[in-house]
Ligand binder design. Structure first.
Ligand code: MTE
Ligand code: MO
Length: 377
């Protein structure tokens, strides 16, 4: 898998874990472009990277569907059977900015930590493939009682005392809304091996964990997947749940990502020379088909907020982030606390501090992003 990392990823990727491979782009490159170049898209793996022969590849569609079918790539890509769909979609890992929760209560969640992500576990691509709704229709639709679709990844990993395939599910409503894509192209190029070649799921507006890579089976089921990735990981616990009681039943299944944002430039602890303003850049994103409507930046820890001018926000898309830039008025010298927050189109905004939303799984660090810079004139 190391060879694949070197072949497919940017030489400056930050390797957070060597095995399973997990990496994110360096901070200065995360928002360099509104569409993330493939070599810079973050990588999140639970196990190894399977090598799948596209000629031998099949997708099995079974469980509670009227006509279970096995489809090969040529069939899925046959435009007479299935219309092609291309969508601009941001994939965000629920572990994005986890280092801030680790810093807040060090050690508390230690056995839950998968990767110490910073602000780069998010990326945006134009994904091309076929809507799962169309494939499901081709299989005659669901049998009464089926309400969820379970996705099987070909990679295996050892956790919770067993070897398992990467396995999660999404509700049928998401499929019906044409928000689940089976993709074989990423930004007009064949899907890279490390991103799921030859076929992956892309679930719009949900946490990255549902976008299963190296997909080889879809099963229609009655209840959400009982596999550990769904039932034990990617849960949002109240503050009373932790190592001491491990009360998984109190966790909320993390599906739609809430609104969040991050400052990508300048860096924390930078010395910045101001000429009445400081240039600040970053990203903002909201899941569940909501989008950033307003981004605001503060230079005084969050008392006075300045909105990013509309023309400095990248284009609006239903399922993608917006990158932004602002000239923040500043005349003070010394340490400044820069903060960003976003309002989405439902007027949701972000928790004020990391500690307001700390949780055992260290997921969804969506509080206002804060950095300190030393301002000189
Ligand atoms: N699919 C498989 N088969 N195995 C995995 O480990 N990780 C998931 C998801 N799909 C994973 C997977 C998680 S947690 C995330 S955030 C996204 O893939 C990341 O997608 P990427 O590596 O293409 O950026
Ligand atoms: Mo993730």
């Amino acid at each position: 898998s190391w060879k694949m990392v070197l072949e497919e990823k940017h030489p400056e990727m930050l390797h957070l874990l060597q095995f399973p491979y997990n990496g994110e782009p360096p901070k200065r490159l995360v928002t360099a472009e509104p569409i993330t170049p493939n070599p810079l898209h973050f990588v999140r793996n639970h196990g190894g990277i399977p090598n799948i022969d596209p000629e031998a590849f099949t997708l099995e569609f079974d469980g509670l569907v009227k006509h279970p079918k096995t489809l090969n790539l040529a069939e899925l890509q046959n435009e007479e059977l299935f219309p092609r769909q291309s969508s601009l979609v941001t994939i965000q890992c629920s572990g994005t900015r986890r280092i801030e929760q680790i810093a807040e209560y060090a050690g508390e969640g230690d056995e839950m930590i998968n990767a110490p992500w910073a602000e780069g576990a998010i990326g945006t691509a134009r994904w091309t493939g076929v809507s799962l709704k169309k494939v499901l229709k081709h299989c005659g639709g669901l049998i009464d009682g089926a309400k969820h679709l379970e996705f099987y990844g070909a990679d295996t990993y050892f956790k919770h005392e067993q070897v398992q395939n990467y396995l999660v599910s999404v509700p049928f409503s998401k499929v019906k809304a044409n928000e689940v894509l089976l993709a074989w192209e990423m930004n007009g190029k064949p899907l890279p091996k490390i991103h799921g070649y030859p076929l992956r799921v892309v679930v719009f507006g949900y946490i990255g964990a549902r976008s299963v890579k190296w997909l080889y089976r879809i099963k229609a089921i009655k209840h959400p997947s009982r596999a550990p990735v769904q039932a034990k990981e990617y849960l949002y616990f109240p503050m009373q749940v932790g190592k001491q009681n491990q009360s998984y039943s109190q966790g909320i299944n993390i599906q739609e990502m809430p609104v969040s944002s991050a400052i990508m430039s300048p860096f924390n602890k930078d010395v910045v020379v101001h000429h009445g303003t400081i240039n600040i850049k970053g990203w903002a994103y909201s899941g569940g088909g909501r989008w950033p409507e307003r981004v605001e930046v503060s230079g005084d820890g969050g008392y006075l907020w300045y909105p990013v001018p509309n023309e400095q926000l990248s284009k609006k898309h239903k399922h993608a982030w917006r990158t932004w830039e602002i000239e923040l008025p500043v005349d003070a010298e010394g340490w400044l606390e820069l903060v960003v927050r976003c309002w989405d189109n439902s007027l949701n905004t972000q928790p004020t501090y990391v500690r307001s939303a700390w949780n055992w799984g260290l997921h969804v660090t969506s509080s206002c992003h804060r950095i300190k810079v030393y301002s000189v004139n």
